[in-house]
Ligand binder design. Structure first.
Ligand code: C2E
Ligand code: MG
Ligand code: MG
Length: 597
């Protein structure tokens, strides 16, 4: 306990002091000495040359030294490479000038382990101000540092794959851009990698399987590029490869090829063999942008373009994509307010009986008259509404408006008239769609036979396990289901049999040329024959001339829709048109005409 006093650091040894005062000093010193010896922080005292004169037991315990191994030595034996030389120099300069230094240092234990200390260094001065010793009081903060580093890691790395996450990737990209700026003809390329149909894997094989596939994809991607490249995970099934230092922009394409090649071999997960494909968008700085977020946006646009080309394709970003993206963004922003600004309305197009041209119903088609852009066609805004989810509210509005309208027409003397409403996949899977439909019918006092819902083939292709039961629930409440644009998608017979469809609408691209193109004519014949076998009502859409009508009649197509009969028009115009129609004739044939005859 008296090592501190014995170390020569003991003013109470002064013989000239009166006895009482010396006792008092000795008592005080013993207290201080014990406080230091028992202290839970490390204390080191060196002479003014920096040689250790005293260390307390806590220090020995933390650093793993014996007393005799440290006394007389310069404390530089604690130095680690984690602390810069400049920091050590600053400390000694500050102390030599009589100042105090506080801060965090990484030091090495005797066994080589690293530990972190919160330090307070101060000179000890004699009464004349001369520095006689240096004092170090240090607290071990290794645990806190490790926690901090763990949090930092969590904030910057993806927990599943261990790859840098979006935040760190953008930081690295920004650093690479700054570096490239310092040298002439240095290029930074960004590859945006998106796996194909990954959602299907998750939905059908489960999330655990999907996770393993992502981990393996990340591993392969990392192996496919050089060490200088950063491979990061942006989220879901999207990865980023940052190439920080290219000599030529076109090198990026070869690297993208290599990255795509890593998906060539099948994946083996849980005894299942699976082929995974991807699309890669490439963007190069400075040509395509000098800012990390701009490059990221451009690379993402290029990735979508690559995916349109088919599996395992890469695509460079082009300026046109940017213009396209800008336009899309503007439409999206305006679309967000279209409903509340009453800019949406419905047009109606007639459906007629192929045999006698009697009107049996109408399809409701959405229209948007934007205050700034004017009329925007559904082909342009519906895909955006679907992607953003805006279609859910918009679709509900369409359904309610169409039901209100058919109620009016039915009460005006056309009690059998039907309305067809287009429904997107996003609407179907809101969890409330079936009740939205029955409420719309109830609110307008309509029987379910007033309504037909048109769904496109992709609804059935998205492999969502709930789709079947949703369609059955809709069929149960009595609304009829129609498959729209048949022939443009998967065109599979099996789902038509599996789900409760009543009607099949042949897409207008086939009808367009049936009069002139024998191939389209035979395809149309085949579709009608197939629908007959399944006892489905067949509608041909896009009918524009007599020749088409003759052919469709001879093949026993049930209903026709097209400009020949009627272009889509406003509710008012359709009401006028209805007034000229004999009400009793609006009766729709059930099932297929040929099958019935
Ligand atoms: P669709 O459901 O296949 O609708 C038929 C489209 O063909 C309509 O285009 C209609 O105007 C057009 N059409 C009809 N007859 C002819 C013809 O003789 N010749 C030609 N060239 N075209 C004809 P529109 O109104 O532009 O709608 C395009 C697509 O937008 C629709 O295709 C449908 O997929 C979608 N859509 C329209 N309204 C809605 C809606 O309320 N909800 C959803 N989810 N989609 C909608
Ligand atoms: Mg339709
Ligand atoms: Mg259609």
């Amino acid at each position: 306990m008296n090592r501190l006093r014995d170390s020569g650091f003991n003013p109470a040894h002064d013989e000239k002091l009166p006895e009482a005062q010396r006792r008092l000093l000795e008592d005080r010193l013993r207290q201080f000495s014990q406080a230091v010896e028992l202290s839970p922080v490390s204390v080191i005292i060196t002479d003014n040359e920096g040689c250790v004169e005293y260390v307390n037991p806590h220090f020995l315990e933390i650093a793993g030294y014996r007393m005799d191994e440290v006394i007389g030595r310069n404390p530089r034996f604690l130095k680690s490479d984690e602390t810069s030389q400049a920091t050590y120099e600053t400390i000694w300069r500050t102390l030599a000038a009589g100042g105090v230094w506080t801060g965090e240092l990484a030091s090495r234990k005797k066994n080589g382990d690293l530990f972190w200390e919160q330090c307070f260094f101060s000179p000890i001065k004699a009464t004349d101000g001369a520095i006689t010793h240096f004092l170090a009081v240090k607290e071990d903060i290794t645990h806190r540092k490790e926690q901090e580093q763990r949090l930092l890691h969590q904030a910057h790395y993806d927990a599943l794959t261990g790859l840098p996450n979006r935040l760190l990737a953008l930081d690295r990209l920004s650093q690479a851009l700054v570096m490239a700026n310092c040298y002439p003809r240095r290029f930074v390329a960004l590859l945006y990698v998106g796996l194909d149909r990954f959602k299907n894997v998750n939905d059908t094989l489960g999330h655990e399987f999907g996770d393993k596939l992502l981990i393996e994809s990340a591993r392969r991607l990392k192996l496919s590029v050089r060490k200088e490249a950063t491979v990061a995970r942006l989220g879901d099934d999207e990865f980023l490869v940052i190439l920080p230092d290219l000599k030529r922009p076109d090198q990026s394409e070869a690297i993208a090829e290599k990255a795509l090649h890593c998906f060539a071999q099948p994946f083996h997960v849980d005894n299942t063999e699976l082929f995974v494909s991807a699309g890669i968008g490439i963007t190069v700085s400075p040509e395509d942008g000098e800012d990390a977020s701009v490059l990221l946006r451009n690379a993402s646009a290029a990735m979508y373009q690559a995916k349109l080309q088919g599996p395992n394709a890469s695509h460079y970003f082009t300026r046109e994509m940017n213009e396209h993206a800008m336009e899309r963004m503007k439409i999206e922003n305006h679309l967000r307010h279209a409903l509340e600004r009453n800019e949406l309305f419905l047009h109606y197009q007639s459906l007629v009986d192929a045999d006698n041209s009697n009107l049996i119903g109408a399809e409701a088609l959405l229209r948007w008259d934007d205050a700034q852009f004017g009329m925007i066609t559904p082909d342009r805004f519906i895909p955006i509404a679907e992607e953003t989810g805006l279609i859910i509210d918009i679709g509900e509005w369409v359904l309610n408006t169409a039901c209100r309208q058919i109620k009016k027409w039915r009460s005006q003397g056309h009690p059998n008239l039907q309305i067809s409403v287009n429904v997107s996949s996003r609407q179907l899977h809101t969890g409330q769609f079936v009740s939205t439909v029955s409420e719309a019918l109830k609110r307008n006092d309509l029987t379910a036979d007033a309504l037909e819902l048109e769904l496109t083939e992709n609804i059935l292709m998205d492999d969502n396990p709930d789709t079947g039961s949703l369609l059955n629930d809709l069929a149960k409440i009595g609304v009829s289901l129609s498959i729209d644009d048949f022939g443009t998608g998967y065109s599979s017979l099996s789902y038509l049999r599996r789900f409760s469809f009543k009607t099949l609408k042949i897409d207008r691209i086939f009808i367009n040329e049936i009069g002139t193109n024998p191939q389209d004519a035979s395809l149309t014949r085949a579709i009608i024959a197939m629908a007959q076998a399944l006892n489905l009502t067949v509608i041909a859409e896009g009918v524009e001339n007599e020749k088409q009508i003759q052919l469709l009649r001879s093949e026993h197509c049930d209903l026709l829709q097209g400009f020949y009969y009627h272009k889509p028009c406003s509710a008012g115009e359709f009401t006028d048109y209805l007034a000229q129609q004999p009400a009793s004739l609006h009766r729709r044939p059930h099932g297929n005409r040929a099958a019935r005859s």
